[in-house]
Design a protein around this ligand. Structure first.
Ligand code: HEM
Length: 396
């Protein structure tokens, strides 16, 4: 653990110890709120689930959690397949022409389109794509959060407000998408979300739900291209479990054990949320330190997932670490989706999405590396590659 006094005079701890991380995220979570950096995220997401704390967070989490049940996620599987089909058309075209493919952009477009279709259903085609350029596209392209982004966000919120109003007025129709589930959600007093709350939660869902999966898939394609032995096993599994598109269902996806391990291992090396921050709002004690109220806490899955004390040969990509017989013991720190009550709500959704993506696209396309250069890291809010990754697609 490292303690420091920040330039603004605030005390901070950087915690690199597995059991202390667990203590903060799980056992003592109620003593901590979200920490530094979240003020900026608030500008984009208002008081949505990722940034809210205390009673506001508890109420929203209780209202939203049922939307993420396995049963509901399974109903969105057809949308996942459709988004893969859209990518395949473009990839086949590039492969025929011998052109290289920007996998960073492709995985980003895939994940953004999927989350938008999962939230808005038919309104994605009817209300969003009809706007000309997809008004959400900047979320995947703009890494700068400047004034033009603020304007685009304002425009988005206006668009979302009109979609919400229209949906509320045609309550006779039966939709199945996140928007309909959020519109129907009620708290213990039977109250639903207000329009502003709903807007914040929808923006949160879009931002939380696409960049993380997109970044993971970006790294996964790069890692697979670098490891032909692992690629072979993944293809063998996909061909066995998903011989055709109609075989995509909950049972077959759950049977993709090696793909699951590969994704878990990619998330070990490249956890998209690489740094978590918290701020104590009452006093606490760690093993050797007192934590007064108002202390900033930093925790990094990126560092703990690569610490030799916990992982042998930590920089080696080896999906066998996650074989059912060799699951990390409780004291090995592994928390790409966080731990405890604030754990990610989209974990199951994202594994399903990534398995459909790999299961359908990998047996069709071989991706070759263009060179041996290792992509650098951009440690922003999310862990990205510092430049887009290009691969050479070939149809198998
Ligand atoms: C590989 C994919 C993903 C990763 C690694 C990931 C990771 C995380 C992490 C680490 C947090 C907690 C952050 C913190 O406590 O500071 C979180 C929260 C959250 N995630 Fe994910 N996420 C992923 C995909 C998704 C998807 C696909 C969705 C939605 C469809 C989603 C929805 C959420 C929500 C709503 C929260 C806030 C939960 C709360 O505070 O109660 N995530 N995610």
């Amino acid at each position: 653990m490292v303690s420091m006094t920040k330039p603004n005079g605030r005390l901070a701890f950087f915690i690199n110890d597995a059991s202390e991380v667990r203590r903060i995220l799980v056992r003592r979570h109620s003593k901590y709120h979200k920490g530094p950096g979240f003020e900026r995220v608030k500008m984009l997401l208002g008081n949505g689930l990722i940034v809210s704390d205390g009673d506001v967070w508890r109420r929203s989490r209780t209202m939203i959690q049922p939307a993420f049940s396995k049963k509901n996620v399974h109903r969105l599987m057809t949308v996942m397949v459709e988004c893969c089909d859209r990518r395949a058309v473009h990839w086949a075209d590039l492969a025929t022409r011998g052109e290289r493919l920007n996998i960073t952009e492709e995985t980003s477009d895939f994940a953004l389109e999927l989350i938008l279709m999962s939230i808005f259903g038919d309104d994605y085609e009817n209300r969003i794509l009809t706007q000309g350029d997809n008004p959400f596209a900047f979320l995947s392209r703009d890494s700068t959060r400047d004034l033009s982004v603020v304007m685009k966000v304002r425009h988005l919120r206006e668009l979302l407000t009109s979609i919400i109003e229209e949906r509320r007025s045609r309550s006779d129709e039966t939709h199945f998408d996140f928007l309909s589930m959020y519109l129907g959600a009620t708290d213990k007093q039977g109250r639903g979300f207000s329009d502003t709350e709903l807007l914040d939660e929808l923006m949160t869902l879009i931002v939380a739900g696409f960049e993380t999966s997109a970044n993971t898939l970006n790294w996964v394609w790069h890692l697979i291209a670098k490891h032909p032995d692992i690629e072979k096993k993944l293809i063998e599994e996909a061909q066995r479990v998903l011989p055709n598109v109609s075989a995509v269902n909950a049972d077959s996806l759950n049977a993709m054990q090696y793909t699951q391990q590969t994704l878990e291992e990619a998330l070990r090396l490249y956890p998209p949320v690489w740094l978590f921050t918290r701020r104590s709002h009452e006093g606490d004690e760690l093993d050797d330190y007192d934590v007064p109220s108002g202390t900033d806490i930093y925790l990094s899955p990126f560092i703990l997932h690569r610490t030799e004390r916990y992982w042998s040969d930590p920089t080696i990509f080896n999906p066998d670490r996650f074989a059912p017989s060799d699951k990390p013991s409780k004291d090995r720190p592994y928390f790409p989706f966080s731990l405890g009550p604030r754990r990610c709500l989209g974990e199951y959704f994202s594994f399903m999405e990534m398995k459909v993506h790999l299961g359908l696209l990998l047996p069709r396309f071989r991706m070759r590396l263009l060179d041996d250069k290792e992509p650098g890291l951009e440690l922003g809010i999310n862990l990205r590659s510092d430049a887009d990754i290009y691969l050479q697609p070939e149809e198998r």
